[in-house]
Design a protein around this ligand. Structure first.
Ligand code: XMP
Length: 526
């Protein structure tokens, strides 16, 4: 079999700041087509070099006023490629071709039924179950904000709802399409079919972007970059660094050395599990550094969350630095950078993000290290990284594990970190996760964990008075971890967990459940 170029057919997602932009790209990738997100003001030469087969124009940020938004750059249309505008993307395109758009004070989203009112290549044959009222309908998530009120030249209306006469537009000659609704959202039940229609049929892309092909491509690239030289990887046990380890091991075998810094703030048995999986089972060269005592000494008496984070992050880098300087002949440092990290550092989010906590990325690069970088996941979204992990033979439970912060239990033990607290918290967390899994709730929550509260409370356990510590359980549901809802776990489940924690862990006398959503609360307590 000749190697296929899995990047040959690609789609450009031009970002005008919508919170759904990444979702659009993830859907396209899920269909098996490579795509990249670029900000609307990216240079024309970058896009000409990128050479897409079609362009999707994203929506706008929720708070943006139509009149303040930038126009679609002329080069988008000069390229003579199929274009699909979503929300703002549709409105901007309509206005630029002579249509009219009526503003709205506020944008709201609702699920409604739209009628497909004219034959067109985008929606023909894509239908939800017909109802008597709406025989040609689609159930969609639509925005009640601005609307196209006068069609642009060369376009016809292809979809409408009761309150929005022009909910979709098409110019079949130039292959330009616009939708008022959001096919990337799961509430639009045929959304994936619509995006497939655009990228596969209208743009003519082949579906080569599959996990097996991505692995093959990444291996070839790593081999070409690294040759017979040596690579160092900071292994944390998290999904990204684990997938990098599995991938590099497959690509370059013994030329890979991993350093696993065990800061003693990991979950129950986690350090041993990492060693078992990578060193024992897979034969990866892993140097485990047992740094628990060093961390405990440094964290002694430290109660301020930011100071704790800084100590944990800085020490990680110091240890990693010490270990790597003992190794000879290393030329490359591998990192689990993924595509959202790449986009976010080059995004147009309007500078509104506030640094709430200093996020410390375990595996962060010490600035004075003279290594070349190997970043085999740079093009991938998290869901793709997971699929790759499964493709590479990592256990499903490991690959689909909830995220765990770099500073570990250090930010889940409020105030001073001690070994005693960490040991109790590890057990409580283990019980919580075990019961969640048993009850089938683990995969329904995005993240769940226990938090150690250094306050004491009275209880009576086995007829004995106990004055002991408090643990809070936290479970959330989220898509992007930017906002999150506390999970509405069944009372019976909470009861089982709380009962087990209090009877099985002597130092704990009370369990509470955190019912704070984000915002305003953050997911972690510190
Ligand atoms: P917050 O607490 O900011 O958490 O709402 C959002 C997500 O980020 C994770 N998190 C971290 N991950 N290093 C990490 O690698 C960190 O310092 C860190 N702090 C928070 C948190 O677990 C949640 O998934």
């Amino acid at each position: 079999m000749t190697a296929q170029d899995i990047h040959a057919d690609r789609i450009l997602v031009l970002d005008f700041g919508s919170p759904f932009t990444q979702l659009i790209a993830r859907r396209i990738r899920g269909i098996g087509v490579f795509c990249e997100i670029h900000p609307f003001d990216v240079g024309e030469d970058v896009i000409r070099a990128f050479n897409p087969r079609g362009i999707i124009l994203s929506g706008a940020p929720e708070v943006a006023q139509f009149s303040d938004m930038p126009a679609v750059p002329q080069w988008v249309f000069d390229l003579q490629l199929p274009v699909l505008g979503l929300g703002y993307g549709m409105h901007a395109m309509a206005q630029q071709f002579g249509g009219q758009v009526q503003g709205a004070a506020e944008r709201q989203f609702a699920t409604v039924r739209v009628d497909v009112i004219a034959a067109n290549a985008l929606l023909d044959g894509v239908r939800d179950t017909a109802t008597a009222v709406s025989p040609s309908g689609l159930d969609v998530l639509i925005s009640h904000g601005e609307q196209v009120t006068v069609l642009p030249l060369g376009f016809n209306a292809i979809a409408s709802t009761e309150s929005c006469a022009i909910a979709g537009i098409a110019d079949a000659t130039r292959n330009y399409y616009g939708l008022q609704f959001h096919p990337e959202e799961t509430q639009t039940t045929q959304g994936l079919a619509i995006i497939s229609r655009f990228v596969l049929d209208i743009c003519g892309c082949a579906g080569l972007w599959t996990p097996a092909n991505i692995v093959e491509d990444a291996i070839a690239k790593v081999r070409a970059q690294v040759g017979n030289r040596k690579v160092l990887l900071g292994l944390s046990g998290g999904v990204d660094s684990s997938v990098v380890a599995a991938l590099l091991h497959k690509a370059i075998g013994d030329q890979l050395t991993c350093v696993f810094v065990d800061h003693g703030l990991l979950r129950l048995h986690e350090g041993d599990q990492v060693m078992r999986m990578f060193a024992q089972n897979m034969g990866v060269k892993v140097i485990r550094v047992d740094a628990e005592q060093r961390y405990l000494d440094l964290l002694k008496g430290v109660t301020d969350p930011e100071t704790k984070r800084k100590i944990i992050g800085r020490t990680f880098i110091e240890i990693f630095d010490e270990e790597s300087s003992k190794l000879e002949g290393i030329d490359f440092l591998a990192q689990g950078t993924i595509y959202p990290d790449v986009i976010e550092s080059a995004s147009i989010k309007g500078g509104k993000s506030v640094a709430v906590k200093s996020h410390h990325n375990v595996g962060g690069l010490p600035e004075d290290m003279k290594f070349e970088l190997v970043e085999p996941l740079r093009e991938l979204f998290k869901d793709e990284v997971r699929k790759l992990g499964v493709e590479l033979g990592l256990p499903h439970d490991m690959v689909y594990r909830h995220p765990f912060p770099g500073p570990g239990l250090g930010v889940r033990i409020l105030g001073e970190v001690t070994k005693e607290y960490a040991d109790m918290l590890r057990l409580a967390d283990h019980i919580f996760i075990e019961e969640l899994r048993k009850a089938g709730w683990y995969d329904k929550t995005s993240q769940a964990f226990a938090v150690f509260l250094p306050v004491r409370s009275v209880g009576v356990v086995n007829e004995e008075r106990r004055y002991a510590w408090v643990v809070s359980l936290r479970a959330i549901e989220t898509i992007d971890f930017m906002t999150a809802r506390w999970a509405h776990l069944p009372y019976e489940l909470l009861e089982t967990v709380s009962g087990r924690i209090i009877t099985e862990i002597e130092g704990i006398s009370r369990v509470v459940y955190d019912v704070s959503s984000k915002p305003p609360a953050t997911i972690e307590w510190e």
